[in-house]
Design a protein around this ligand. Structure first.
Ligand code: NAY
Length: 292
């Protein structure tokens, strides 16, 4: 079974003024982060504003990322959407683009039973034949998985891992220990170091688009047993994350990329453009992170 290891940016979706995908900026973000040592990309996730994109834009995005990456590292595409049939259609399109694996947010908005959610994942895995990574993000999806449910889902041959976008490190530890042949991804950048300490080997995160180097170095320091440096780097990253969260994580990430010289546009409305005072805060956070 494929081993996933390292830092995976949950990549933003650069857009132009008409809210169409800007593939040139997408390539710039991908090249910058590959240069910083990332292991792959998580595309069309929350950070990618996937639920604000039209279906054909989502496929365009996945196709573009696969073409730009061109086999240099992994591409994981979130294909989850409101119905099982539509998710399978998106999974098949992603498979045609050449992704390494697919991931699927649980079906949301209507409150489904656990039985329905489990079947949704089995149907996607079986119909697509693609390796599936569960997407555990209770804060946004409103679906809270219990540890036993995740273990049951991970027992399926087609389900190869889970992305834990939750602060519940007790659950993450239990999954790493119980599901040894499956990939457990950390999904909150601000707790990468504690997640590594419970045995996680890979992390998917939105802030890696702007500071992958910090987290690549953090993991290297952890693997080398240099806890002082690992803690220092987590603290550095968390300084930036605090500012991003205060402003609004996704618009703020695009704001930082703009300050770093890559214009990814704004987030799709109803997200609002940043204000001058937001850019001032981001500039300060960048100086605190990388120096002036
Ligand atoms: C996705 O699909 O894009 C993600 O889940 C990325 C993970 C991010 N989660 C959320 C809810 O934004 O990287 C995290 C997060 O932005 C970061 O840890 C700051 O809280």
């Amino acid at each position: 079974m494929k081993q996933f290891e390292g830092i995976y940016p949950a990549i933003i979706t650069p857009i132009d003024e008409d809210e169409e995908i800007n593939e040139k900026a997408l390539a710039q973000v991908i090249e910058k982060t590959i240069g910083q040592g990332v292991s792959g990309f998580y595309v069309s996730g929350s950070t990618g504003e996937s639920f604000l994109l039209r279906d054909e834009q989502r496929v365009q995005l996945i196709k573009a990322v696969c073409a730009i990456v061109d086999g240099r590292c992994d591409v994981i595409a979130n294909i989850g959407t409101f119905s099982t049939r539509a998710s399978i259609k998106m999974a098949n399109a992603a498979a045609e683009c050449g992704v390494t694996a697919i991931s699927a947010v649980p079906p949301f908005y209507f409150s489904y039973s656990k039985r329905e959610i489990v079947q949704y994942y089995f149907d996607i895995a079986e119909a697509s034949g693609m390796p599936v990574i569960l997407y555990n993000i209770p804060k946004m999806s409103g679906v809270s998985f219990g540890t036993e449910e995740l273990v049951e889902l991970l027992a399926h041959d087609g389900i190869v891992g889970v992305k834990q976008t939750t602060m519940d490190l007790m659950q993450t530890e239990a999954l790493v220990r119980t599901c040894r042949d499956k990939a457990v991804f950390n999904g909150h950048d601000e707790i990468l170091l504690p997640a590594l300490s419970v045995g996680v080997r890979a992390s998917i995160g939105s802030t890696f688009s702007i500071m992958a180097d910090v987290f690549v170095q953090l993991k290297k320091a952890f693997d080398a047993g240099d806890m002082e440096r690992a803690r220092y780097l987590q603290g550095k990253g968390n300084g930036m994350i605090r500012t991003l969260l205060e402003i609004g994580i996704f618009p703020a990430i695009k704001g930082v990329l703009k300050l770093q010289g890559i214009d990814c546009g704004n987030c799709i409305k109803p997200f609002q453009p940043l204000r001058p005072e937001d850019y001032q805060k981001l500039e300060k956070a960048l100086v605190d992170l990388y120096g002036g």
